[in-house]
Ligand binder design. Structure first.
Ligand code: DHB
Length: 373
């Protein structure tokens, strides 16, 4: 996304990807885009297939105490909506566009290392097809995810880390089954949280709260469907499970998001638990800020936006962290035996569905907060 936006502005970049094209195109991730993410992709020229195939959602359902409560996202936000489009589909589209334009995108690179990031001439070294490669850069964008090499290249003394690990995880499946509803259902249930989402009219994406160290081998198809039907209802259609996995739940922020000429974006700098579907959206928001900073820099108009990059991003990052944490704690089952907290969470849900003010707070965060500047 960053490379495409820079290309549109006449700024060259080289994309290095440690994995194969097949791997990144088939890796199943979340699939919910904020209105602003869709708008950004559209302006960047990567949303043609998205507009043909994606599903636009104007509301969602909250299910608790065995009842559904519809949240009218569009009505509460002056007409905004969210869009369902698998992250790997967006990745496929962007790869195809970059390769068709003949722009550098190197898969399967090994031993990537970054050097001299505190100077004005940082370097990247890597190995490809057995050969040692070097790239002299003006700027390095660390868009390499939580487990990437960029964040650890910043001296630990220069980073402040904020971290919270939740006492649960999600077991997620992709199934060839008609979605239970036209819209998403976020369910709070005595057994634990469940989420019914989709990828198309025939493909369901379903998640259920499980233990953080859950062993997938102990989850037969029958056990998965049984647990999902208890939490989401017997009208849930079953079908062949096409993919399954366990997603850890973590909130993480590294501050600042810049060191010298290295700029971190997306999961390299921050992780949100998946409950608000914010990970990909937050990465796109970072990239928008970075593009403007680099545009100013390469137009020789100074470094003011590079200098404010981290603060500008972190303002949104923390608001989105708050929302993701709030959705997560509100809807999950805690096994800590704190009955008071549990009643408070139920009271918050009861309050929420009865208050237009509270629902508006949910809706404006869910469809995406306005961008800075
Ligand atoms: C999806 C994932 C989420 O974490 C979420 O909150 C909503 C939707 C998805 O995969 O479609």
């Amino acid at each position: 996304m960053l490379a495409q936006m820079l290309h549109q502005r006449g700024i060259d970049s080289v994309v290095l990807e440690a994995r194969s094209r097949v791997h990144v195109e088939s890796r199943i991730r979340a699939g919910l885009l904020e209105q602003g993410s869709v708008d950004t992709m559209t302006e960047s020229g990567v949303a043609d297939r998205l507009h043909r195939e994606a599903l636009v959602h104007h509301g969602l359902d909250l299910r608790f105490r065995g009842q559904d409560h519809r949240v009218d996202l569009s009505g509460l936000t002056g007409g905004k909506a969210v869009t369902i489009y698998g992250q790997q589909e967006a990745v496929k589209d962007m790869i195809a566009i970059r390769l068709a334009a003949g722009l550098p995108l190197n898969f399967d690179v090994d031993d990537v290392a970054i050097h001299d990031i505190a100077t004005t001439r940082p370097r990247i070294t890597w190995r490809q097809d057995g050969a040692e490669r070097v790239l002299d850069c003006d700027v390095i964008a660390g868009c390499d995810g939580f487990h990437g090499i960029c964040r650890p290249a910043i001296p630990a003394a220069d980073l402040r880390i904020f971290d919270r690990i939740y006492p649960f995880a999600w077991l997620g499946i992709l199934a060839r089954a008609k979605p239970i509803s036209d819209e998403l259902i976020y369910a709070r249930h005595a057994d634990g949280f469940a989420l019914a989402t989709m990828r198309s009219a025939t493909i369901s994406r379903l998640y259920l709260q499980c233990a953080p160290d859950e062993d997938l081998a102990t989850w037969s198809d029958d056990r998965i469907w049984g647990a999902l039907r208890r939490r989401l209802g017997d009208t849930l259609e079953q079908g062949p499970i096409l993919q399954r996995g366990v997603t850890a739940m973590r909130s993480f922020v590294a501050e600042p998001m810049r060191h010298g000429r290295l700029f971190l974006a997306g999961d390299a700098a921050h992780i949100v638990p998946p409950t608000g579907a914010k990970g990909m959206n937050l990465a796109i928001a970072d990239v928008r800020v970075l593009v403007r900073a680099l545009e100013q820099f390469f137009a020789r108009q100074g470094e003011a936006l590079m200098n404010s990059y981290s603060a500008t991003c972190l303002d949104r990052v923390w608001k989105v962290q708050r929302f993701s944490w709030w959705m997560t704690q509100l809807l999950h089952r805690y096994d800590d035996g704190d009955a008071f907290e549990d009643r408070i969470r139920l009271a918050e849900l009861d309050y929420l569905i009865g208050s237009t003010a509270a629902l508006t707070t949910l809706a404006e965060n869910y469809v995406g907060l306005p961008y800075a500047g």
